[in-house]
Design a protein. Sequence first.
Length: 109
Amino acid sequence: MFAPANGTRSTNLSMIHLSSSEFCCIERFITQYIQTRDIEPTEGARQRLLAALEDYPRAVRVALYELNAWLDNRLQLRAFHPQCARAIDEWVNQRLRGIWEIAGTKNPA
């Protein structure tokens, strides 16, 4: 059983299988999940994830992709990679530059 250092929540998920020979602890999984879902990394967010994980149907072996999919469905979240944010920002900036050029104005920023 996993027990967080502060003792406020626990879950029976102790190890998450990344592959047939690799695994990570629940704390590392939660950190990865927070980063890839663009969630603010607060203690409250960690506790909400631990609370959600208490309802995860237990299995002998818990695979990373299965747990990600289960949490995404339960929390209605999607993976968000930092490179996507940069690509979106670049696209928006290009569109705005085009609009400013057409309007004959300068970037107000």
